[in-house]
Design a protein around this ligand. Structure first.
Ligand code: HEM
Length: 523
């Protein structure tokens, strides 16, 4: 500190003498800028001093600096995503940074804050096990800004982005139906129908050699049909051979919505200062989703008027709408958020699962041998096919569509030599940790058998495709059931083959690059 103050004093003296000489030869400027560099230096010194004081810990030691990419003033280390790395390959960027800086490193945000990435097993287990009462998952700022600008539509920023008591209120009143085993069990017959319609759509889309081009579009449609079916209690026709323009518009808007969130976070933050094309794209996607889901809700509401009150298919939608504890705007936003959160996640997971399984014909045969030949699948039949669950777990281990979880630390945490203060923004890279050799036997290989007979090393606690703790995905139970059913039904009919490698990109979620083609070959 003493060195910086001396330096500033010397600069101050020098600056004064230069100003004096200038004044002798030139007319005085309209605005005197001469003191500005000095002022900036003084401010920097002040910020450094305050930061140094604030980061002093109770025992008088300062936290050791974490390794990480170099930071530039005002840009932090974000510049990396505009030069060294590609934004749509963020998963590869993080793999590269873990190689360069080790399993715990820090990026610097444009505001000067720390963003700590963790792929170390002990540290991850510590972060994931911390029993926060109201876990703080940093909100997506662009969603917050937009929703706050529309109080006519949104009473809050929604369950995905709210924090603290407001989040807890929404979570308590909105998700109990969705997470209840009874709701999902009651939905199994309808899920069977949805899967049968999906199989029919696949059959009609297959060419003579069994190839299905644009498979990802079809998985999006089954995602839409099942999530809307569950939430709105009605079938919407997304699996009919020719999809309506409305379904296509909803699917495209959900994709644009995720991409805009990714770009708002990792791209230049210009949208915060002016309505850039990125912000406008985001608003358009949000408005399209709002409009279409509102129409679907209204149609479902009209249809449900004469229906029996105890129809299990109608439970979630009607119970949310009937709950007096919630603002109508929150109810609508929740249904929108559930549908948005559920479509691509389900569709991407299904593509990854089939892609990985295509390399293991023996495992496909094993699944087939554990299932009845055809017909409706009941929960008991799925439970007696452990190879289905093993394949799903293994696909989530190698290619989770949500490869990391974001949290603000509730309490200070020590990781090796590093001490992270409460409030530190942490990315828990469960996906990267699951691919490390020290955590899983032959970590890079798709080996579903590890979930039937584990081989050491084996760290199942790192598998968290739906997150952890109280903010865990409320759609988990439903998605697991749906993936089990779809996989089982596809394998009942066909063997899955895939040529070459799947191109994977980061659209805020890990997603297959469109269009995806695979072959469904008769057994
Ligand atoms: C394969 C499908 C899915 C995956 C992999 C997935 C994954 C996730 C993950 C990782 C989180 C963050 C959890 C955390 O921070 O601990 C999350 C949150 C959430 N998911 Fe899912 N999800 C899927 C499907 C769904 C579905 C179908 C729905 C709704 C029907 C849904 C609704 C939500 C909601 C509302 C949240 C925010 C919860 C909160 O903050 O309290 N998700 N999901």
């Amino acid at each position: 500190m003493r060195i910086s103050l001396l330096y500033i004093r010397r600069r101050l003296g020098l600056r004064l003498s230069i100003v004096t000489i200038d004044r002798l030869s030139a007319p005085p400027p309209l605005v005197d800028w001469s003191g500005v560099p000095t002022l900036i230096l003084a401010l920097v010194a002040l910020v450094m001093a305050v930061t140094a004081l604030l980061t002093k810990t109770v025992d008088g030691k300062r936290p050791t600096r974490l390794p990480g990419p170099p930071a530039l003033p005002f840009l932090g280390s974000r510049w990396l995503f505009w030069s060294r790395y590609k934004m749509n390959k963020l998963h590869e960027a993080y793999e590269d940074m873990f190689r360069r800086y080790g399993p715990v490193f820090a990026e610097t945000t444009p505001g000067g804050g720390l963003l700590v990435s963790i792929a170390d097993r002990t540290a991850l287990e510590a972060v994931l096990k911390t029993p926060a009462r109201r876990p703080f998952r940093p909100p997506t700022e662009i969603v917050q800004v937009y929703r706050r600008s529309r109080p006519d539509r949104y009473a809050s920023t929604g369950i995905v982005n709210e924090q603290g008591e407001k989040w807890h209120h929404l979570r308590r009143h909105l998700t109990s139906e969705l997470t209840s085993p009874q709701t999902i069990q009651g939905f199994v017959p309808e899920l069977n129908n949805i899967c049968d319609d999906f199989i029919n759509l696949l059959r009609n889309s297959r060419r003579s050699d069994g190839s299905v081009v644009g498979f990802d579009q079809l998985t999006n449609r089954v995602g839409l049909e099942s999530v809307c079916g569950l939430m709105l209690g009605t079938r919407l026709g997304f699996l009919e051979r020719w999809m309506s323009g409305r379904a296509a518009a909803l699917a495209a808007a959900v994709k644009a919505h995720f991409r805009a969130q990714r770009d708002s976070y990792y791209g230049a933050p210009l949208w915060k200062f002016a309505p850039t094309s990125l912000y406008k794209t985001f608003v358009r996607s949000e408005e399209t989703i709002h409009m279409i889901v509102s129409e679907l809700m209204e149609e479902a509401r009209l249809r449900s008027r004469g229906a029996a009150q105890d129809d299990p298919l109608q439970e979630i939608f009607l119970k949310i709408l009937a709950n007096p504890e919630l603002d109508m705007r929150d109810k609508k936003a929740a249904i929108i958020d559930f549908i948005t959160a559920g479509i691509d996640t389900l569709a991407n997971s299904l593509v990854f699962l089939l892609y990985l399984l295509s390399g293991r014909v023996d495992w496909q045969q094993r699944i087939r041998s554990e299932l009845p030949a055809c017909g409706e699948l009941r929960i008991e039949e799925l439970s007696s096919a452990p190879s289905v669950r093993a394949a799903i777990n293994e696909a989530f281990r190698l290619l989770p569509t949500a490869p990391f979880l974001a949290r603000l630390l509730d309490a200070p945490m020590t990781i090796g030599d590093y001490r992270l203060p409460a409030g530190t923004f942490v990315l828990a890279h469960t996906g990267a940790a699951c691919r490390r050799e020290e955590n899983f036997y032959r970590a890079g290989d798709f080996l579903p058998e590890r979930w039937v007979e584990p081989r050491e090393p084996h760290a199942p606690g790192l598998l968290a495709p739906f997150g952890r703790g109280r903010r865990m995905c409320p759609g988990k139970r439903f998605v697991e059931m749906q993936l089990h059913l779809i996989l089982a039904k596809i394998i009942q009919h066909w063997r899955v083959e895939f040529d070459g490698e799947l191109d994977i990109q980061f659209d805020f979620l890990l997603s297959p690059k469109s269009p995806v083609s695979l072959r469904l070959v008769d057994w």
